[in-house]
Design a protein around this ligand. Sequence first.
Ligand SMILES: Cc1ncc(COP(=O)(O)O)c(C=O)c1O
Length: 483
Amino acid sequence: MLTQLQLDGNGPLHAQLTRALKQALATGQLRQGSRLPPTRFMSQQMGVSRNTVLAAYEQLRIEGYIDGRVGSGSYVTLPARPAPAPVETPPLPPQTRFAARARQVHDQDNLPGKRVPGVRFSFQYGAPYTHPAVTTAWSRELGHAALYTSPGYPWAQGLPELRQAICEYVLRRGVEARPEDVVIVAGTQQAVSLCARVLFDPGDPVAIEEPQYYAARVILQAYGAQLQPVPVDDQGLIVDALPATAPRVIYTTPSHQFPQGGTLPPERRAALLDYAARNSTWIIEDDYDGEIRYDARSLPSLKSQDEHGRVIYVGTFSKTLFPSLRLGYLVVPRGLRRDFISAKWMEDFGASAIDQAALAGFITSGACDRHLRRSLVALRERRDALLNGLHRMNEGRLSFIDTQAGMHIPVWLNHRDREQGHQFVDRARRMGLGLYSIAPYYLDPPDRAGLILGYAGLPVGDIEQALDVLRQCLDAEYGLRRH
Ligand SMILES: Cc1ncc(COP(=O)(O)O)c(C=O)c1O
């Protein structure tokens, strides 16, 4: 009997399960000749799909750890081997100031939002909504792209057909771009990193929303930005609170403030653009989920009103498609175009041409719009299930608002401090539920217990079961409910 099989949270689930089983083999929990649990049982036990278990077993079979007898299951064929001890190499002193800053701000072993291992359900922000139809359409485009894409080095700026397709795609956000204004990048991550190279020097002041997108903050810090946190309210960035001495750059998420959820109203947008124009400040507009709105209130992007050419517009396919794609784009002011292309060329000579060609086909064939429409229906159902469940169990214990956008909801535990919030997350984990604290998304976290609940990756049935666990955690925390 297998006990304590733990998924480590790294990479695809089948790979995690394969590693966990190898570990069980190495520690002798699974001995030569013993039978692996039936796939159905294993899938229930681990809270993963049966296909995931089949894929893990198949991998072990390929590697010669098990063999299968039709109808009678899979048996361990290899004698248990001790897992090689990890080699610990003490780090050298940082060799550059960049490396020193990166060590300070980037804790590789403790990234917020990383999948919590060993839980049945997880409100993990960043897990995408997937649908079999998108996999089919995407693999068709990839197959076509593999046949017809030139095997030479790609354009550093991005494939012309993808840049053209992006120009049409961003019209829905009110952005009027020409293909020469677009730079294809490896997601928002790389977009922010290129902005850091092109727009400021180490030591320069850079304003950032407080709270903010963790990854953007870390990159800006690693490049030496002197961060100036600017508070947000339920409408997003408080433009009046921008520093009197203007920063070189402002990083902002005006359409859906991350993680609080506000939508910047028109008068603040105008004031922000005016501030940037008066002070020659650059604005990085991270429009990460601008396509995903559930009401009619959607405002066009800030970039669409950028008369003075101060906005660097950043879009990504991590939310609308999937984050493993690593494709996003910048729409840059004309005068900066050459700098961004050089910075991109120096990073990697350009994104994978096959992926770019596939994405261009995916957009122009209409598959992308079909997927978006389908996603919005499914995401709305998931969001409704989550919000209704939160309302039902609330009884004054939680504070949250429906921001009518995106794929997450920030939730506060009333009358609980930050430390109690961490304990709550730990308790949920012990009860099989992955929760995520909001604290890492602040430079200076408030002494309140807050969570960020991502729901895109959870089907409605799973959300309901996860909510049941959440309710039990709340009952344990606040005392039993009155009915
Ligand atoms: C605010 C924000 N920006 C951007 C992204 C996406 O980043 P990337 O395009 O690098 O995957 C996310 C995803 O979590 C996000 O929350």
